[in-house]
Ligand binder design. Structure first.
Ligand SMILES: [Zn+2]
Length: 84
């Protein structure tokens, strides 16, 4: 049984650039170290970064808000239902 969350996961979503992310994309970070997961607003991701940055590049620079580890974030891109 596939969870509903996984159905919305975009395969290859990490290769999207920041300027390709739209309001129906949801980016979640998950920390390998402590397991902390959080949805990151697009505005936060884009702030101070080049629009050509890919999420792959970005993952190595993010810092966990829970344990403080940098570069241990797994990024998951999902598609939100369009009717929101
Ligand atoms: Zn952490």
């Amino acid at each position: 049984m596939i969870e509903q969350d996984d159905e919305r996961r975009i395969v290859g979503g990490l290769y999207l650039r920041l300027d390709e992310l739209r309001q129906w994309h949801e980016v979640e970070t998950k920390c390998w170290k402590c397991g902390h997961a959080a949805a990151v607003p697009l505005a936060t991701l884009k702030r101070g970064r080049s629009p050509y940055t890919t999420l792959v590049d970005l993952g190595g620079n993010l810092r966990c808000t829970s344990c403080g580890t940098t570069g241990a974030q797994e990024l998951i891109v999902r598609k939100l239902p369009r009717n929101l």
